[in-house]
Design a protein around this ligand. Sequence first.
Ligand SMILES: Cc1cc2nc3c(=O)[nH]c(=O)nc-3n(C[C@H](O)[C@H](O)[C@H](O)COP(=O)(O)OP(=O)(O)OC[C@H]3O[C@@H](n4cnc5c(N)ncnc54)[C@H](O)[C@@H]3O)c2cc1C
Ligand code: SF4
Length: 507
Amino acid sequence: MKGSFHLSNALQLEADAVIIGSGGGGASVADVLTAAGLSVIMLEEGKHIPSSSASPSAREAFSAAWRSGGLTAAIGRPPITYAEGRCVGGGTEINSAITQRTDSDLIDQWRKLNKIENFTPDELAPYYERAETAVNASLTPGPLGRATDILRQGGEALGWKVSELKRGQRGCKGANRCSYVCPNGAKQSMAVTLLPKAVDCGMRLLAQTRVDKIRIEKRRVTEVLAQSRDAGGQAVPVRVKAGMVFVCAGAIHTPALLRYSGPRKRIGDTLRLHPTIKATALFNEPVDAHQSRLPLAAITEFMPEQRIGGSIFTPAVFGLSLAEDWTNRGDLMRDWRFCGSYYGMIRPRGVGSVRPLPGFNEPLVSFKLAPEDWIALSQVLTRLSRAMFAAGARKVFPSISGHEGWTSPDQVYEFWNKPLPKGATNLMTVHLFSSCPPGEHQDSCAVDSYGRVRSVENLFVADGSLIPEAPGVNPQMTIMALAFRVAEAALCHSAQERARSAARDIN
Ligand SMILES: Cc1cc2nc3c(=O)[nH]c(=O)nc-3n(C[C@H](O)[C@H](O)[C@H](O)COP(=O)(O)OP(=O)(O)OC[C@H]3O[C@@H](n4cnc5c(N)ncnc54)[C@H](O)[C@@H]3O)c2cc1C
Ligand code: SF4
């Protein structure tokens, strides 16, 4: 990307604003600030992976673009594995780019619960529109393929609502490598949309530059301290002074960095995610899910509390998903062309936390499911399995280690209304949020209604951490909408601050 650069010497930089993290949140802040003519520096821990060098190998792609190669987990019983992007563009480079808005009733609930100012569905609508326009939210062209048809047939046969999902794409060619970084530039990730736009407006983007600490003195950030790498891989210290600092490092690393730097009150205490259980469905006819678009329909009948959808499928990704119980599931690899990978996700009542571990890059993340979450997981698994049989599955294997799988729809009620086996259930998530909830309730909210960290004049949060609770939908559009809103409010705030300081000078 034009404007991104590597370092050769220790650097001291200055700008109007510094943005930490280049995902959906950071890129949206950059869009607003650069359009307003501010000088902006963006610091991103991961590499820039242009479409032209996106690898078709799962191993290479995961190690280049996924944090810890995808091996991250929230501790708890059971541990919940989670995935985050770590590259220029963050999660938007490896996600499926499905675009959804949060339900208006939920937005209303959050406004009341946290006392969030100016937070009605109508007030958020222009920000959602801006996000959808930025990524060209649209229906994916071409026949969607058998993997999508299975969801549609299964849901409709049971009389449930099924919706086709819009995505951030432009001319998607169905390469089915969205989670490896799109090789065609068709996915409208941040690295092909808002980031080059911001760089064209003068933003300096430092890739492979990890922020270690935000220095705060007398209620103001004075400096951001980071480590970059020179061409030979040697560490190079970077210090940035800026009038405003936006932390957009994602729902895990934003609270970890803030807590390590000083502010702690309610920060990282309320992590939410969408606990997700997968099932493999085996059919008599080939599904050949690797040849079609990723499943682009979802069973939305039970939303926002529960959603049933399909996962990206390549032989390598399928093999990785079987690895959690290889002894019992490894044989399915022989029949991979006849398999589809589907999931049920819930909006949990449980909550987690994030704590930095001094001396380690990765914080300690934990998540505790509430008893009602276990019931919801059993229900969504039963519904998902019913849909698979209704679409003609021969066998359905829930992601429960050692489980033999079901061969008929009557068997899928095994766990209905009772908890899944805690020690054997494999849960995962790709949606993380709520670790710094906004609002005026100081006892429950980490930041104010506009993302400003309490007690620090010029420090803002603008990423998934800000979504007040689990939204029950794919979160990228909400993250971008909230980040646009924070950046606009910060511009007003800084104008007011400048006016106050000018007034002080005159007096
Ligand atoms: C496989 C997968 C599929 C998904 N599918 C969808 C989907 O279809 N639709 C949807 O809406 N959502 C989807 N999501 C979720 C969505 O991508 C994320 O919620 C969203 O990208 C998070 O945005 P963010 O700005 O909060 O954080 P991130 O995108 O995680 O960005 C944070 C950035 O900050 C960087 N960073 C972290 N710490 C530091 C530091 N100390 N210094 C410098 N940089 C740092 C990280 O490297 C990262 O690039 C998916 C996610 C995954 C992983
Ligand atoms: S399916 Fe292929 S072309 Fe389409 S967005 Fe994903 S990786 Fe890109």
